[in-house]
Write a protein that binds this ligand. Structure first.
Ligand code: SAH
Length: 352
């Protein structure tokens, strides 16, 4: 019999599960607390659950969706890249980034991605499938257990486009945020989209408190379309209108992400047009110097990054630079490609 995986179920779903199996509803609440608050995978150790129910659970259910395949630690930054295998032999990655008092986890929402951004390593895998809420939440539970500490920040900036897996991503974010469970504050959960505008409206209308980031990467439609083909569906005008709608509705500042590529989108004209576009929208700007992964794209020299920021400064909006950590282990933004083939090869040939 296929075991029912409880990771990813909401409180209400766990209560219904308990009742379905002849138990009182409050057993569901106990399970919720064991799974998400105490991060316990073994039914035997769930001490307040009756012996008979816990024995039954061992036969019909399990906790935990992911198996660790490999783990790489960056000597330079302490970032850790986790490669997980899924039940169907697909792979996903998550990256843990420690930084002063912050412990951030960058999580994946899909296996591969369909959006085909030309500079992104995940795009090269193509789209395999959406992750379930359980597979998303378990990245957080697994890593919290591995590091022995609670995470302070969660960013949906790993593999995939979160807004192309909207329902499962929101369900997962709500579970990660639930005060009786993992309890990461909503403002410390960032959902990053390549610009799926219809879901920006839905996200705004539903009134979620999670933070929104949008990857802009160029203020010109023609150039952006080459970098991010999703521009064909939602051009800059419709995207900016959606972002403005979000800003007005949520009263929150969206973050505009701008990956800086040498010689592609880092000149004065780009900065001026970016400034013009953003002058109408209250936003934070996050400049991300490109992490080398795809041939043809290069990170600009630090002086050019500084220059670009200087050009933006008259905007009067907060501008920050994110020098991603973990590029020494291919764990930085846009470098997640689930490179499992290599290890598979080495098992067969023993040459690595
Ligand atoms: N699909 C979502 C989330 C995943 S990518 C999105 O596009 O927002 C998260 C961020 O990493 C995006 O801003 C993306 O533009 C950026 N990115 C992708 N490849 C990168 C690379 N090699 N170096 C730096 N940033 C990169």
């Amino acid at each position: 019999m296929l075991l029912k995986n409880l990771t990813g179920l909401t409180l209400e779903e766990l209560e219904a599960f308990a009742v379905e199996h002849g138990e009182k509803e409050f057993r569901g609440r106990q399970l919720f607390s064991w799974i998400y608050e105490k991060n316990m995978r073994s039914f035997e150790k769930m001490t307040n659950i009756s012996k008979s129910f816990s024995q039954k659970l061992r036969h019909i259910a399990r906790v935990g969706q992911l198996d660790l395949y490999t783990k790489n630690i960056s000597p330079a930054s302490g970032a850790v890249k986790y490669l997980f295998s899924l039940y169907d032999n697909n792979f996903i990655e998550s990256v843990y980034i420690p930084e002063d008092k912050r412990r951030t986890l960058c999580i994946s929402s899909q296996v591969g991605c369909a959006l085909n951004c030309s500079f992104c390593a995940t795009a090269k895998i193509g789209f395999k499938r959406n992750l379930s809420a359980g597979e998303i939440v378990d990245q957080v539970l697994f890593v919290e257990s591995d590091i022995g500490e609670e995470l302070t920040n969660i960013v949906f900036m790993g593999m995939g486009e979160p807004f192309k897996n909207y329902d499962q991503v929101i369900k997962a974010a709500q579970l990660i945020n639930h005060p009786d469970g993992i309890a990461v504050g909503a403002r410390r959960i960032v959902i990053s989209t390549a610009g799926v505008a219809d879901k920006i409206y839905r996200f705004s209308d539903e009134g979620h408190k999670f933070r929104l980031a949008v990857s802009l990467n160029s203020p010109f439609n023609i150039k952006r379309e080459k970098l991010m083909p999703v521009t064909k569906k939602w051009d800059l005008e419709s995207l900016m209108t959606a972002i403005k709608y979000y800003a007005n509705k949520s009263k929150q500042l969206p973050t505009i992400e701008y990956v800086l590529f040498d010689g592609i989108n880092d000149n004065h004209k780009d900065a001026l047009e970016l400034k013009r576009l953003l002058s109408k929208i209250p936003a934070k700007i996050n400049i991300i110097p490109y992490n080398t992964s795809i041939p043809g794209f290069k990170r600009p020299e630090p002086e050019k990054v500084d220059q670009f920021i200087q050009w933006l400064l008259p905007l009067n909006a907060p501008v920050s630079v994110r020098w991603s950590k973990g590029d020494d282990i291919d764990a930085a933004c846009g470098q997640l490609a689930g490179k499992y083939e290599k290890k598979g090869m080495s098992i067969k040939t023993g040459d690595e």
